[in-house]
Structure formats: C-alpha cells, structure tokens
Design a binder for this molecule. Structure first.
Ligand SMILES: [Zn+2]
Length: 274
C-alpha cells in the first residue's frame, strides 16, 4: 500500500511561526503526522515559539534542513558546494541545535534545494553525514539537470558509495514555492509525467491541491512505496494564510485511505530499523 510521507521544509524566520501554527492545527484535526525539516539557525531564533506549537506532540517529527541552507554539493543552478569542512556545520551543528532546542537529536537531514542524483558519488561528504549521526537524508529533490518537478524516485541506500546503512528518501513533484510562482526556477519540458507540465502558477489553495492530487493518484496506481511532495510552510501560508492546501490534501488522502507517515517512519519501514 502506497503511503504519503508528509514533510515541510521550515526555513523562513518570519513566516515559520504563523505557518507552523496553522499546519499543526490542520494535522491535529486529521491526526496526520508530519516531519518538519528545520533550518538550524532559524530554530536558534524561533525555538521557543516552535516548541510551544509542536508541544512535544508525537504527531510531529523534527528533523534537520541543515544549519544555514547551504549547498552540500555543486548545484547547476544554485552554485558551488561549500568547502568540505563546512559539512560539519551544515549537518553536525544543525543536529546539535535541534537536539538542544527540542530534546531529540535528528537522524535525518533534508538538503537545501536538492539535487538530481542526491548525494551519489560524494563519498567524503557522505562520510561526514554518517559521522554526524544521520541515518537518512533527503537530497534527491530535482528532475533532469536539476529542474523541477522531481520524479517519483523511491528510497535507496548509498551502498554503491560505501554506506549501505545510509538511506536516501527523495521528495517528489513541484517545490511548492516554485509552483506558486514565488521563486523562479527552470522547469523541464516535455513534462516528466503527462500531468507535470503546468506552466502557470497556482493562484489559490484549490488550484494548489489540484496540482498535487495527480502525483498521489499516479503513485497509488503504480503501487509505489511512497509519494512525498515538497512543501514549505512559508509558501503555503503566503498563498493562503489558512494553509488551505494541506487541509484539502490531507482530507483527500483520508478519503482515499492513503496512510500519512513521517519521513522518519518511512525510514524505519524501508530500513527495517525500529
Ligand atoms: Zn529549503
């Protein structure tokens, strides 16, 4: 049975608090869990408010979105990789901050921006990621030549690079900030799926949901392990201060009987670790 792995990239210092508040309420309404991949330096500034919102509720899984959202490897659109020693900051310091603020050390990191091939071929950097205690990463978030949207790539390990216990859990589809027209970014043509060729930004929560729905339907029809779309609290909130997209999407998943899980729960299921 295909599951929906629900995650948000929490990275905007100003909008993360009101957006997380709305999203937490929607998730409590559906009793649907979610992972919040949080930028460390944002949590340093807004930690008290975020702790109040998440309230150690087991529905919410706090993982890392790096310390300062810098490039973990060369990116054809966003520029060169950080020096290798800075990996200890982006991965390790971020984990320290989250552990201090939320009392639980993350085991997963989603990279800023994401890459066509995740961290494949980056052995030295993968070594640091593993040494910082990461058991999974979510870095394969892009389509051909690092365009958007991203295909429905399924979980895999970095065994080919020497890390059979380190998992990659990709994200799929549009990055919602791009779909909403808030961030310019190259898209791929012809579309990677028949339903992935949208050229106009979505204008409201209903259109945003309608752009998401076929990704879910396609994953379920294909019997994939999971589908997980790429959402940002700030852009959901900027489109609609009620974050109505997620009310519609979680309602649809509930109606279709698609289970919603965190990325960490998805990691446990695919890896067999408890
Ligand atoms: Zn990000």
């Amino acid at each position: 049975m295909t599951v929906y792995a629900c995650a948000y990239d929490l990275e905007n210092e100003d909008l993360c608090v009101p957006a997380a508040e709305k999203l937490a309420a929607i998730h409590r309404k559906y009793q649907a869990p979610a992972t919040f991949f949080c930028v460390g330096r944002v949590v340093e500034k807004r930690g008290a408010e975020l702790r109040r919102i998440f309230a150690a509720d087991p529905l919410f899984d706090i993982q890392s979105h790096t310390y300062a959202h810098r490039m973990l490897r060369d990116h054809s659109v966003h520029g060169p990789a950080i020096p290798i020693e800075e990996m200890w900051v982006e991965i390790g310091k971020a984990a320290d901050v989250l552990a201090e603020q939320f009392g639980v050390r993350p085991i997963g990191t989603r990279s800023g921006c994401g890459f066509e091939f995740g961290m494949k071929g980056e052995r030295e950097r993968l070594r640091i990621i593993a040494d910082c205690g990461m058991e999974y990463i979510s870095t394969q978030l892009r389509g051909p030549k690092e365009t958007i949207p991203a295909p429905l790539t399924q979980p895999f390990t970095y065994a080919d690079d020497g890390f059979p216990d380190l998992w990659e859990l990709p994200a799929h589809g549009w990055h919602d900030n791009v779909l909403k027209g808030f961030t310019g970014h190259p898209t791929w043509f012809p579309p990677i799926y028949p339903f992935a060729g949208r050229t106009e930004p979505v204008r409201n929560a209903q259109e945003d949901f309608e752009a998401a729905q076929p990704w879910v339907d396609h994953a379920v029809a294909e019997g994939l392990t999971f589908v997980g779309l790429c959402y940002h609290p700030w852009s959901l909130y900027r489109l609609d201060p009620n974050c109505g997209t997620m009310d519609l999407l979680l309602g649809y998943l509930h109606t279709r009987g698609v289970e919603v899980v965190t990325y960490t729960e998805l990691y446990r299921r695919v890896s067999g670790k408890t």
